[in-house]
Every structure is written in structure tokens, then in C-alpha cells.
Design a protein around this ligand. Structure first.
Ligand SMILES: Nc1ncnc2c1ncn2[C@@H]1O[C@H](COP(=O)(O)OP(=O)(O)O)[C@@H](O)[C@H]1O
Ligand SMILES: [Mg+2]
Ligand SMILES: [Zn+2]
Length: 527
């Protein structure tokens, strides 16, 4: 969380996240699949020896683990509705049960703990039916701890149940995973979080504006724990009433209005005004990092809108909140460029000598988006030049060997790459976002009747845009490639491949450097 708690130390009351820890399966929100499966298997008496709870932080893994422990050891159990009042239920709730052992995989004493488990499991539970080991952040265990664990879960005594929780399931060795019943916890929707926040604020006896709760819910990005923590923080300065204005004032939040205005300034190209506004924003308490992140999100949302995606839970704001004039003034390529610049800055911020200078430089560049030339522009210009030169009598352009594909080919022998380029050009006016996504195709190949478009892994977003219009692209390709009946998308990981992505532009650079620029007296190297 980017915010620091402003509450004074030694607060008498319990934090909301702890106070509202669900005590039964029915109190859990947003994990219907998990709870339905667990409760029905408890009812049928099918208890597994090892469970693996995977999912993001703050979505209920630890809570469910404790409820499950109670369900198993409740006097009235095993039951999917633990009573909550018997000694066993109460001990577990207090964390005092000798039969429920919680281990934090992230602490370095855990290796020893795991080793001890190996010996301990031989002893039957103290009072309960089961001895339950809850190992949180299990992916953090060292290799030797995993090995010790593996021996234990291979042949556990019948009264042993392991519940592993992890936020990074891919780091849990397959040997462990394969022995567990895995449950995937999902992010909780903004709507569900908002409901819980409404409930919590009522219990805290504070009034709350809808807009403010929605903001908190969104800020929590799917984690109910984070939402409660932020709520507590906001309540601490709310004076009995939570309003968006107050949040904005206290936490230096940038609203969509301010972002629209900032974007309008960027588009107007007045670097002076932009820098002054930046100064005012940072002066109002927004941290530089937060500003960069917010601005990046804003441009990312513009890119979504440009591609016709209007879902407000994806955008974090209603589509009509975004200034259309800003959106219309930008091409997809310019928006991409902005995001690229901002992400680049975000990556480098931590290593920078002066973060503020970097931001100023970047914003000043962003006022000149219209002057930036995209690879597609360069290519078009080159094509045009070629055409003009070719029309001149006596002039001759020799294509370097690898560009042989450029040479005009009889229509019936169009190669797949060429065909995709042609379709891309044809789509440029009609569907600019799609055309620019198609431009990111790193390579095209034909596998039987299937045309495979390979993207670099970093171009996942463009891949999705293409995927959406697969049918249409396929029908446009048909005249060039009659044999193709399907399109498939592939992504490759390697950086080296991605560099090859626009070989022609690279070639073009070589051409200019080698034949045109070289002739310059001062030999400027930057093409
Ligand atoms: N699905 C959920 N339903 C209700 N409350 C939840 C849920 N997920 C998280 N919480 C709230 O957040 C707190 C922390 O949840 P926890 O179960 O520890 O999350 P995790 O183990 O996944 O990080 C709980 O005490 C509870 O207040
Ligand atoms: Mg947890
Ligand atoms: Zn009980």
C-alpha cells in the first residue's frame, strides 16, 4: 500500500480486517467455488490429507484454513458449520489450540519447524480429532524444508491434515502440488468489496459517500484485507463522515477530472504549463511514484478505450468520464508510446539521481507526441520514396538481399507475411487499433491450413486485440491465402526475437546510415 497509517499508536480498538475475519464458510465473500466444494466434501466425509490454497493476498486463504480446522475439530464435527462455542472452536479462534499449528513459510525458523513436524506427526492429536498444520506462504520454504515436508505428506498418519497457503503457486514444487487438493482463490470484485466496506463503516458508525467507498474498493485491487486497512486509515481522519473530497485532500488522490485536464495540457503541447501543473500536483501531496502510476493507468485506459474495451471494472472509471477530445486526438501508436515512456520511467525511478528531473524530461517529451515518428511512419515514408525514385528515369534502388520479399510478386504466390501486411494496410483507416496491433506480429508462418501469427511475449495486449477480430482478419486474408482456414496466435519469450520484430525498419536504419547519412561531413550517428 502506498499510504502510511496516520493513526496514532496504541489504538484501543481492533483493526477492521481482524474484527471482520470470517468465522464460518457462509461469511466468506467471493469464493463461492472454494466454499461449495469444501463444504460438500466435509459433508460427505471426504477429508484430504493435504490442501493447497492458492491465490492473491487478502482474499481469505488463512481465514478458510482456520475455518476448515474448526470444521474438522469442532465437538459437533466434522461439520461444515462449526459451532463456534465449543472449547475446540474457541481455542482455534484464539490461536491457542495445540492441535492446530500455524507456521509461516516466510520466517527462517520454518525449516526447523518443518523438520520437527516429521517427528511430531507420530503423536496423535491432543484433544481434537485432527492435527492440522497450516503453513502460510509455503512457496517461501527452502529446498531442504520442502524435502522434509515431502517425506511427511507422502504417508501421513490418518489424523494429520496439512493446509498450505501461497500467493505464488508456481513456486511450489510439483512434487508437493501433486499431493495436494488445490483450491484457487480469486480476487474479490470491486462490487463485493464495496458492499463489505459499506457494512464495516456502518458498524464503525461513520457515514460514507458511495463514491468514496468505490474509490477505496478499487484502490484495494481485489484484496479485502487491503480494503479494510485503507478504510481504517480513512476513518481515522474522516470525522465521522467519509467523503471523496476528504480522501483526496488527505491522501493526495488524483481524480479523473484532474487527469483529463492534465492530458489536455499535454495534448496542447505547452510544456511550460504542464510542468507548472506537475509542480502543483506534487506539491499537493501526491508522491512522484504515485503520480507516474496514476498517469500510466490513465493512458492504459485510453488504450483500452481506443480498442473498444469499455468495461468499467477494467477501466476503474466509467468510459464517459474520460475526455473524448483527448482520446480522439491520439492515435493508438501515440498512446502506446506514452505508456512505454511512463513505464520506462517507473522502472528507472528507483535508480535515478533525481527522479523529478526524469519526470520533467518525460512530460516535456510527452507534449511532443505529434512529432514522434513511429516505425510505421518511417516505413511508409520509405515506401513512398522508393516509388518516387523508381519513377525517375535512371534511378535505381537495390534492395539488400534479406529484403527480397519486398519485391513485387505475382498475386497468386503471395507469401503469408506479405498477405498479413497487405491486410494490415487495408485495415488502417477502418480499424486503426487493429492495424497497429497487427503491426506487432513478429513473424508469420504457415502450418498446413493454419496461419500462425507470432507475437513477442511483451506484446500480449496486441495479441488480444488481434484475437478479438480473428474471424474478420481471416476473411480478409482469404483472397491472398485461399488455403488458410484458421488463424492461431503464438507468443514467444525471447528478447532476441522481439528485436527482429521490425527488420525492415532496422534495415532502413542501415540503409540511411550506410548510404545517406555517411555522406554528411560531421558524420552524425544518430539516425
Ligand atoms: N473472502 C473473504 N471474505 C470475507 N473477508 C475476507 C475475505 N478475504 C479476506 N477477508 C478479510 O481480510 C482479512 C485477511 O484475510 P486472510 O484470510 O488472512 O487473507 P489471505 O490469507 O488470503 O491473505 C480477514 O480477516 C477478513 O477480514
Ligand atoms: Mg494469509
Ligand atoms: Zn465447535
Amino acid at each position: 500500500m502506498p499510504y502510511e497509517s496516520t493513526r496514532s499508536a496504541g489504538t484501543p480498538y481492533e483493526v477492521t480486517a481482524t474484527r471482520k475475519r470470517p468465522q464460518s464458510f457462509t461469511e466468506l465473500v467471493g469464493q463461492e467455488f472454494v466454499t461449495a466444494t469444501l463444504t460438500s466434501s466435509i459433508r460427505m466425509g471426504r477429508i484430504a490429507h493435504a490442501y493447497l490454497f492458492a491465490g492473491p493476498r487478502g482474499v481469505g486463504k488463512t481465514s478458510v484454513a482456520r475455518i476448515l480446522a474448526r470444521a474438522l475439530n469442532c465437538e459437533k464435527g466434522p461439520t461444515d458449520t462449526p459451532c463456534g462455542v465449543c472449547p475446540s472452536c474457541r481455542e482455534i479462534a484464539r490461536g491457542a489450540s495445540l492441535d492446530v499449528i500455524e507456521i509461516d513459510g516466510a520466517s527462517n525458523t520454518s525449516v526447523n519447524d518443518v523438520r520437527e513436524i516429521r517427528d511430531e506427526v507420530l503423536f496423535a492429536p491432543n484433544g481434537g480429532r485432527y492435527k492440522v498444520y497450516i503453513i502460510d506462504e509455503v512457496h517461501m520454504l527452502s529446498n531442504s524444508a520442502f524435502n522434509a515436508l515431502l517425506k511427511t505428506i507422502e504417508e501421513p498418519p490418518p489424523y494429520i491434515v496439512f493446509i498450505f497457503a501461497t500467493t505464488e503457486v508456481h513456486k511450489v514444487p510439483a512434487t508437493i502440488r501433486s499431493r495436494c487438493q488445490q483450491y484457487n482463490f480469486r480476487l474479490i470484485s470491486t462490487g463485493e468489496i464495496k458492499e463489505k466496506l459499506r457494512e464495516a463503516s456502518r458498524e464503525l458508525k461513520v457515514e460514507a459517500e458511495d463514491r468514496a467507498l468505490i474509490w477505496i474498493a478499487k484502490e484495494a485491487t481485489g484484496s479485502l484485507r487491503d480494503a479494510y486497512t485503507l478504510l481504517d486509515q480513512v476513518v481515522s481522519f474522516a470525522d465521522g463522515s467519509i467523503t471523496f473530497e476528504r480522501i483526496r485532500e488527505k491522501l493526495g488522490v488524483l481524480g479523473i477530472e484532474e487527469l483529463n485536464e492534465f492530458a489536455r495540457m499535454l495534448r496542447a503541447g505547452d510544456a511550460g504549463a504542464v510542468l507548472q501543473r506537475m509542480d502543483a500536483i506534487l506539491g499537493s501531496g501526491v508522491s512522484l511514484e504515485q503520480f507516474v502510476v496514476t498517469l500510466t493507468e490513465y493512458f492504459r485506459n485510453l488504450l483500452f478505450l481506443k480498442s473498444g474495451i469499455e468495461k468499467d471494472t477494467l477501466l476503474g472509471s466509467a468510459p464517459e468520464d474520460f475526455d473524448r477530445s483527448v482520446l480522439d486526438s491520439l492515435t493508438a501508436a501515440q498512446i502506446e508510446k506514452s505508456i512505454e515512456l511512463l513505464l520506462g520511467l517507473y522502472r528507472n525511478i528507483r535508480f535515478s539521481l533525481n527522479q523529478r528531473f526524469e519526470l520533467e524530461l518525460l512530460l516535456s517529451r510527452m507534449t511532443q507526441l505529434d512529432q514522434m515518428i513511429s516505425p510505421a511512419d518511417i516505413r511508409d515514408a520509405l515506401r513512398q520514396m522508393r516509388g518516387e525514385l523508381a519513377a525517375e528515369p535512371g534511378a535505381r534502388i537495390v534492395s539488400p538481399a534479406p529484403a527480397a520479399g519486398e519485391a513485387p510478386q505475382p498475386e497468386h504466390r503471395v507469401d503469408p507475411g506479405q498477405a498479413v501486411k497487405k491486410v494490415t494496410e487495408a485495415l488502417r483507416r477502418e480499424k486503426p487499433a487493429l492495424a497497429s496491433a497487427l503491426e506487432r506480429v513478429a513473424s508469420v508462418s504457415l502450418e498446413e491450413e493454419e496461419l500462425v501469427l507470432t507475437f513477442s511475449a511483451t506484446d500480449h495486449f496486441q495479441g488480444e486485440v488481434v484475437l478479438k477480430d480473428k474471424e474478420m482478419i481471416s476473411s480478409r486474408l482469404a483472397p491472398f491465402l485461399p488455403r488458410v482456414s484458421r488463424i492461431r496466435l503464438a507468443f514467444h519469450e525471447t528478447k532476441a526475437e522481439a528485436v527482429k520484430e521490425d527488420q525492415r525498419v532496422e534495415l532502413l536504419r542501415k540503409v540511411f546510415r550506410g548510404e545517406v547519412v555517411k555522406g554528411d561531413a560531421d558524420g552524425d550517428k544518430s539516425v
